[in-house]
Ligand binder design. Structure first.
Ligand SMILES: NC(=O)c1ccc[n+]([C@@H]2O[C@H](COP(=O)([O-])OP(=O)(O)OC[C@H]3O[C@@H](n4cnc5c(N)ncnc54)[C@H](OP(=O)(O)O)[C@@H]3O)[C@@H](O)[C@H]2O)c1
Length: 235
């Protein structure tokens, strides 16, 4: 298992879940991470290996050729707030550079490595429709690239991935998830159960557990929205 975005809210839980299931797990941490030592100790304590391949296509091709991963998790993403903060990063904090650029770089390396890994992408609800903004436009293009790659894949499309356990404060996102869940509770009671389930928020740990479970299925192509992800939690 190769987990890109391992330091993120969902990624760190995917690493934990894979290790708990006894899977050989490699957590990727960018070499320019300000918290490289912290993450190395954290993942090694869990029982994962740590990889710090530089975000360059040739470097990832070489790493994947050596690692021959069975599954590649693509859990990368930036936010507008990060972009505005202008953090010093080898890869600019834009949706185009991170969400699209790094994910498709990973995909290209996965195709080239020869092990035909399953590519597991954390997309978002509505990615298949007409994009309403740059964030959704990127998700749609990444999904198209994955389908076109002919690798076996999982496209996971949750609504909000949010929880009180997220280190990075995202008050607007959290408030939207809390208020949204409360409203959806009412919608559900009024008979709109399908709608309530579709837009329910999930924590990073919940999404991770569902992703790892679904990634273990023997199917070429899986598209999982919230309802399917929640079902996987019960399996
Ligand atoms: N939050 C939601 O409601 C939601 C819903 C559906 C889908 N999604 C999508 O799911 C994915 C994962 O979400 P999340 O909330 O788990 O993400 P997150 O906590 O923000 O983690 C993002 C990951 O991307 C890496 N990253 C960000 N900017 C980078 C850069 N410039 N260079 C290299 N690596 C970079 C981060 O590495 P560092 O730790 O080193 O910065 C981290 O590992 C994202 O694409 C997100 O858009 C989110």
């Amino acid at each position: 298992m190769f987990v890109a975005g391992a330091t993120g809210y969902t990624g760190r839980e995917v690493v934990r879940e894979c290790v708990e299931r006894g899977l050989d797990t490699v957590a990727h941490v960018r070499p320019d991470s300000a918290r490289l030592d912290h993450w190395r100790a954290h993942f090694e304590d869990l029982g994962a290996r740590v990889d710090t391949t530089e975000w360059k296509l040739a470097a990832f091709k070489a790493s994947f050729e050596a690692l021959q991963p069975k599954t590649v998790y693509a859990l990368l993403g930036t936010t507008k707030a990060r972009g505005k903060r202008g953090e010093r990063s080898a890869v600019p904090d834009t949706y185009e550079a991170v969400d699209y650029g790094l994910t498709t770089l990973l995909l290209e390396a996965a195709v080239a490595c020869g092990s035909r890994p399953r590519f597991v992408y954390l997309s978002a609800i509505g990615a298949e429709g007409r994009p309403l903004n740059a964030y959704m436009d990127v998700r749609k293009r990444v999904e198209a690239a994955i389908v076109g790659s002919e690798l076996p894949h999982v496209l996971a499309r949750p609504a909000f991935v949010s929880g009180g356990d997220r280190e990075e404060a995202r008050p607007t996102e959290r408030a939207a998830a809390v208020v949204g869940d409360a409203l959806l509770g009412i919608v559900g009671k009024l008979g709109g159960k399908g709608l309530a389930t579709k837009y329910r928020s999930m924590t990073g740990a919940e999404v991770a557990k569902a992703l790892v479970h679904i990634a273990g299925r023997d199917a070429e192509t899986i598209v999982a929205e919230t309802e399917e992800l929640l079902r996987a939690l019960e399996a």
